[in-house]
Ligand binder design. Structure first.
Ligand code: NI
Length: 227
């Protein structure tokens, strides 16, 4: 399941992130790739330990913590510090699956990548191509969102970035380990959460049906969450 999360960053935050990363030194994107990915990947990336990436990453992590939709959809246990990449002049990333376990270089921080995220940092009209294409049970889905919007998708899915034919595609990307490893179970919890919120809005938080459904949500989460 793909979940679009609009307005993770507002225009001001996008511009702060862009100011930081645009002024930084970019390197070949294969610095973080596994061998198979390296064959398919042509882009530029900020080094993981660059001051700009760390500071811009903090802005993104702060915003994620405040996004109720991200928390409900990902049920995050750990989030990999956000990375930044850009594509121009026909660059692309061919079909691949993201690495299962990510280790932060020079630290003991590691996560199992359950979910992959792309946070767009350039408006779609400013570049040609550059769609994120994710293969799923319902075929291919093509994603190209406004700056500040994010897409979450299962890290296990085959995906690619189409060649950027004009302008520059700039984005942040990262992975999350979810408290609920199973995508199907997490999807049920997300649906239930959205339903409970609709009922709560219509009936009130103290309404007996709302209380009971909220209890079901927490009891399923208790059953399925690893923390
Ligand atoms: Ni990928």
């Amino acid at each position: 399941m793909l979940i679009a999360i609009p307005d993770v960053l507002d225009a001001d935050a996008v511009s702060r992130v862009r100011t930081l990363i645009d002024a930084a030194e970019w390197i070949d994107g294969n610095a973080t790739s596994g061998t198979q990915s390296a064959l398919a990947k042509r882009n530029a990336q900020l080094p993981e330990d660059s001051a700009a990436a760390i500071e811009a990453g903090r802005i993104v992590l702060d915003a994620l913590g405040r996004s109720a939709l991200f928390v409900a959809a990902a049920l995050p246990l750990k989030v990999f510090p956000p990375l930044f990449n850009r594509y121009a002049g026909g660059q692309a990333f061919g079909t691949h699956v993201d690495t299962a376990v990510r280790v932060r270089r020079g630290s003991d921080f590691r996560i199992r990548a359950d979910l992959s995220a792309t946070l767009f940092l350039e408006d779609p009209e400013n570049y040609g191509g550059g769609e994120l294409i994710v293969e799923g049970t319902f075929g291919e889905q093509s994603v190209k969102l406004p700056a500040g919007h994010m897409i979450l998708y299962p890290a296990s899915s085959l995906h690619r970035v189409a060649p950027v034919t004009r302008g520059t595609r700039t984005a942040s990307f990262f992975w999350a380990q979810s408290m609920v490893r199973d995508h199907g179970a997490r999807h049920i919890l997300f649906d239930l959460d959205q339903g409970v919120q609709t009922v709560a809005a219509a009936q009130g938080q103290g309404d007996p049906a709302t209380v009971r459904l909220t209890g079901v949500y927490h009891n399923l989460l208790r059953r399925w969450a690893d923390v």
